[in-house]
Design a protein around this ligand. Sequence first.
Ligand code: GFB
Length: 322
Amino acid sequence: MSSSLAPTPMDASSKIYVAGARGLVGSAVVRALQAQGHHNLVLPTSQDLDLRSQAAVETFFAQEQPEYVFLAAARVGGIQANNIYRAEFLYDNLMMAANVIHSAHRHGVKKLLFLGSSCIYPKLCPQPMKEDYLLTGFLEPTNEPYAIAKIAGLKLCENYRRQYGANFISAMPTNLYGPNDNFHLENAHVLPALMRKFHEAKLQNQPTVTVWGTGTPLREFLYVDDLANALVFLMNTYNDMEFINVGTGQEVSIQELAKTIQAVVGYEGELVFDTTKPDGTPRKLLDVSRLGAAGWQAQIDLKTGIEKTYAWFLNHADSFRR
Ligand code: GFB
């Protein structure tokens, strides 16, 4: 079988299920779809539909019969949450991927896009990380459970395609941030956690803000509306078996990131590095040449994205996730 399948672009009235529509990624996908005129969206919340329940997922697909699926639901968190809630990060993410992908196959979904993560690559992967480097080395221990679940998800897509010809594709985004992120001080990712720390330190005139680790790890950050545009683009145009990286191709040290957030927030105190906290992977930069060749590149630079996120944070002071 050819690894590429015939294109099946969405039209304005296509029935589209966004799994995880309240989250950082899913809410951005909904914004992007609505901006492009899609009006037949199915957006159950996690209270309406527990994706870890095979029976509930199967009933949902039988009733709704979606044509397209964006699988953006996941249990996610920063380095510490990944390391503490190891069982749930593996179990919940495995179950969500297996249930949704299997039911999408059973009910003849035209196309499904599965969201993975750049943590699928080996801890000491050559940089920038090409898609071909998957499963060439040991994973970063702090997020091995999450990474294993995401590798299982992309392999489900690959193998439902190989065996049944299902047009299921996978995108591996780099570290994401933006509106509707989780701003929990301990469990969130670095960018929203530091934004809230600097904001609260500014309000309370605290002399220092603590940044975890050495500040030397390198990371790549993609604004979530850029990601959502890439995902809609891929849903309409990308039909290959090989999963595809989604990033900016730019990296920054955690120390530089902290200073940029500090400047945007306007905090004038000092940074203190807590080296008892883990650094995680030393470097995590995606090779985005496959996506570039497909015709897409990121638009929003890091400083602009941080400014937009901080504006959102200030406008949602009473309601952001914490
Ligand atoms: O964003 P983050 O938690 O995830 O941490 P990873 C990135 C880096 O920022 C690490 C440092 O070196 C942290 O030690 N850091 C500094 C902080 N201050 C803070 C802070 O206040 N909070 C947090 N969270 N970090 C995750 C994976 O890895 O990346 C997930 O665990 C997922 O599975 C996600 O793949 C994208 O980039 O290290």
